[in-house]
Design a protein around this ligand. Structure first.
Ligand code: ATP
Length: 441
């Protein structure tokens, strides 16, 4: 993981947030290559989950929402993780995750009593990551919602406007709008990519646990009790999609939740084998019954029942959800593509995801006719995809620079190009070189 973090900073994929001020834990900025990879992942997700599916539509809801939304969703009362603080240096730890590291089953859904009992039994094995002491406060629930002063509700002693703790609430709020305007019929899905903010107790593992991140969510609305078949189909589709991005199957695994919240019918995670961290959640796929729409119906007083256009039957649809952090996907894709050997560092990224598709080199920087021809090729190809022009250093060094950022093909313009209109195309993975006519690029 350290090698990946260093490559990301060195090559402009990811920078620590507010770096020149010393950074802030759990916040990162996507640099020039990072934003290209991120956008490619988002586009690929959108295409796979919405564009090619006749039964899915997209949405982009506002981040800020009426404060009641987060009461209805349960976030105000119970969106919390168990936290303990080091009495010596005040470093905070997330108790369930520390217990898990010891092989003790624990999760954030346990009551304060349950988690305190487990913590008491095992706390002598948990050292403070900062000062190494073992003197902890009793665990308490720490709410992860981030508050804002939008509309100055806080000054009026009313509920603050929260930043989204998860992106999907906007989908529930617009369920009726979509049904009324888009001629969709159940079963159908709504997808959205949106920001989420969480006051994570201990942000860690680079992009894995951050305080600001993007979630790509789909909510599939089905008739009550008609959940099983589509749930299995969605699980398989998401697994296959991750493989289609080039992620190796041996680095993915299923994890079924043992401790379900009371309304859930079933819940699975797809986990990725993050280097240094092992298998951990990449995407959640949840069979959530009618809980979300029922809650919003109760709190808003708006009828969110669906009326079947043929039978006239009215019901609150059940929801099958997929939810994935784009940062976690970004990290999984990078880790999976990374190879370091004696000769080079290379990212074997799927060409559709690679930040730069073609790098275009004039063989020599000081030959205006080669530079002019290379610029012409660049101008043409960059109309279609992201390309890079590089005339700096010898060709071998230029290849290495492109290998490190995962550019699938490098194109060199040399003296033969001026004679016969062909260029050398070098493949990132095989390092093989072939001669190709410019029109065939
Ligand atoms: P975890 O148990 O790891 O905290 P979670 O169960 O709270 O995750 P969900 O609330 O189900 O996660 O969120 C859906 C997805 O959002 C997760 O599968 C993950 O990919 C992503 N995600 C959640 N929290 C974070 C975070 N702090 N940083 C980056 N991505 C996150």
């Amino acid at each position: 993981m350290e090698e990946i973090v260093s490559l990301c900073k060195r090559r402009g994929f990811i920078f620590p947030g507010s770096d020149i001020y010393g950074g802030v834990a759990g916040l990162y900025d996507f640099g020039p290559y990072g934003v290209e990879l991120l956008n490619n992942l988002k586009q690929n997700w959108w295409k796979h989950n919405i564009q090619v599916r006749p039964d899915y539509v997209g949405l982009d809801s506002a981040m800020f929402k009426n404060p009641e939304v987060w009461k209805a969703s349960g976030h105000v009362d119970s969106f919390s993780d168990p936290m303990a603080e080091c009495k010596e240096c005040h470093t905070r730890i997330r108790v369930d995750k520390e217990l898990e590291k010891l092989g003790v089953f624990a999760d954030e859904k346990m009551t304060e009593e349950e988690i305190s009992k487990l913590f008491d039994e095992h706390k002598d094995k948990i050292k403070c990551p900062n000062c190494k002491k073992q003197d902890w406060t009793a665990p308490k629930k720490f709410n992860l919602l981030v508050k804002s002063n939008l509309g100055d509700f806080t000054e009026q002693n009313t509920e603050p406007t929260y930043l989204p703790g998860e992106a999907c609430q906007g989908i529930y709020l617009n369920f009726k709008n979509v049904v009324d305007t888009c001629r969709v019929k159940i079963p159908f899905g709504i997808g959205q990519i949106g920001k989420a903010f969480r006051n994570e107790i201990s942000p860690r593992n680079f992009l894995f646990r951050t305080r600001e991140f993007e979630q790509a969510d789909t909510q599939y609305f089905v008739r009550p009790y008609e959940n099983k078949e589509p749930y299995e189909r969605i699980k398989k589709e998401q697994w296959d999609w991750l493989l289609s991005l080039g992620i190796k199957e041996k680095n993915l695994q299923w994890h079924q939740h043992e401790n379900l919240v009371f309304y859930a019918k079933d819940a699975w995670d797809i986990e990725y084998n993050y280097p240094g961290n092992g298998f951990d959640e990449l995407m959640g796929i949840h069979d959530r019954s009618d809980y979300d729409l029922s809650q919003h119906m109760k709190f808003s007083g708006t009828d969110l029942e669906y009326r079947d256009p043929v039978t006239g039957e009215k019901y609150i649809p059940w929801i099958l959800e997929t939810s994935m952090g784009m940062g976690r996907l970004f990290l999984a894709v990078l880790c999976d593509a990374y190879e370091q050997n004696e000769e080079r560092t290379v990212l074997h990224l799927h060409p559709e995801l690679a930040p730069v598709k073609y790098a275009i080199f004039p063989l020599l920087k000081n030959k205006p006719e080669l530079v002019a021809k290379a610029k012409e090729v660049f101008d043409n190809l960059s109309q279609r995809c992201n390309c890079e022009f590089d005339d700096n250093g010898n060709i071998g060094k230029r290849y290495r620079r492109q290998d490190e950022i995962g550019t699938p093909k490098c194109i060199t313009i040399d003296f033969d190009t001026l004679e016969d209109g062909t260029v050398t195309v070098r493949d990132r993975d095989t390092t093989e070189q072939t001669r190709v006519k410019i029109e065939e690029l």
